[in-house]
Design a protein around this ligand. Structure first.
Ligand code: KDO
Length: 326
């Protein structure tokens, strides 16, 4: 063929073939997640991950759940159909029940606590089970932010009782729906990519996400208030195919790990800054932004989790050990 002929020519000329081969041999790292290209985690990865691994792998992000539907990515990696995703404890818990401990509201205290817990040896068991059972390596923890209620209704919310009957969109999994219920609302499962339209048409009364997400996905255009419940210090994990990882040399693995941590750290700092800055922005957009009786929410949510069926799958003593990490 023409291509073979030109490659042969290049070989004779002493250039081209080896680099063409290197290109073909480079594994493609397709990342699929529902996040937008302007989400801070996306930006962190494009800036710090893609370029750092470019010598031996090609990072290729797919945003807005265009390659795989939200919640199907872990199985795609497990089957060898996808190399990377940004996953959550809620998704992991559908396959490995012990992960549900990290879906509990009011457990992790803040971004720093979240990072320390993930780096601690408390996570060794869950990380190993995830590698063995799913072929998924969790490289870094990514801070999404503190989840807040964002409603298109005007009624003031002080306590969980005030949410009675409210149609609150939650991501589609058992653990997420439980959180919506624990908050006192009537949870409705829906994919992230459908939220804006559902808020616009009134198919839902509200949704919960951190402030940077509310800004990035323009939910403030179709809602009236943000209630600062901070009910979940939300964490995502950079998930990586173990099969692909195992093909890398130790040096390449170290580069991938370092790049993942750098991307996660940059995104974490950016999200934290946005969380500080955005209250004013939303107020300027005409939204009410206020704190409810957070102690009342914390009390109900924590009690609901500790007595839930999920808690039976949590490793003994782990809640106390997580609390003890300073
Ligand atoms: C969402 O669907 O509300 C959620 O915030 C859940 C997170 O776990 C995460 O998947 C996130 O969406 C997406 O990355 C989009 O930001």
């Amino acid at each position: 063929s023409l291509l073979q002929a030109s490659l042969a020519g290049a070989a004779v000329a002493g250039f081209g073939l080896s680099s063409a081969r290197a290109q073909a041999d480079k594994p493609l790292l397709r990342m699929s997640a529902p996040l937008t290209p302007t989400d801070q985690r996306a930006i962190g990865l494009e800036k710090h991950f893609g370029p750092a691994v470019a010598g031996f792998a090609t990072y290729q992000p797919h945003y807005n759940a265009t390659l795989f539907k939200q919640g199907t990515e872990l199985e795609a990696i497990a089957r060898g159909n996808l190399e990377m995703s940004i996953t959550s404890a809620q998704e992991l818990a559908t396959l490995i029940p012990a992960w549900s401990i990290f879906t509990a509201g009011y457990l992790l205290r803040d971004a720093e606590h979240q990072k320390k817990v993930f780096a601690s040896d408390l996570m060794d068991g869950l990380k190993k089970t995830t590698e063995d059972k799913l072929g998924v390596k969790l490289l870094s923890v990514m801070y999404l932010g503190r989840r807040q209620l964002n409603l298109r209704t005007e009624k003031e919310i002080k306590t969980p009782e005030d949410l009675a009957g409210m149609k609150l969109r939650m991501p589609n999994s058992e653990a997420w729906l439980f959180l919506g219920k624990a908050l006192g609302a009537n949870p409705l499962p829906m994919a992230f990519t459908e939220i804006y339209t559902a808020l616009q048409t009134g198919a839902i009364d509200g949704q919960d996400n951190p402030l940077p997400t509310d800004k990035d996905s323009k939910f403030y255009e179709v809602t009236k208030q943000i209630v600062l419940t901070s009910h979940l210090v939300d964490q995502n994990y950079l998930a990586f195919s173990k099969k692909v990882w195992d093909k890398f040399t130790p040096d390449q693995q170290a580069t991938v790990q370092k790049a993942a941590d750098a991307a996660a750290e940059a995104a974490r700092q950016a999200q934290l800054k946005l969380e500080d800055d955005l209250v004013d922005f939303f107020k300027q957009q005409g939204l009410k932004v206020y704190a409810p009786d957070v102690a009342a929410f914390r009390k109900k949510v924590q009690a609901d989790y500790l007595t839930s069926k999920f808690a039976k799958d949590w490793p003994a003593g782990l809640v106390d050990k997580i609390n003890a990490i300073q």
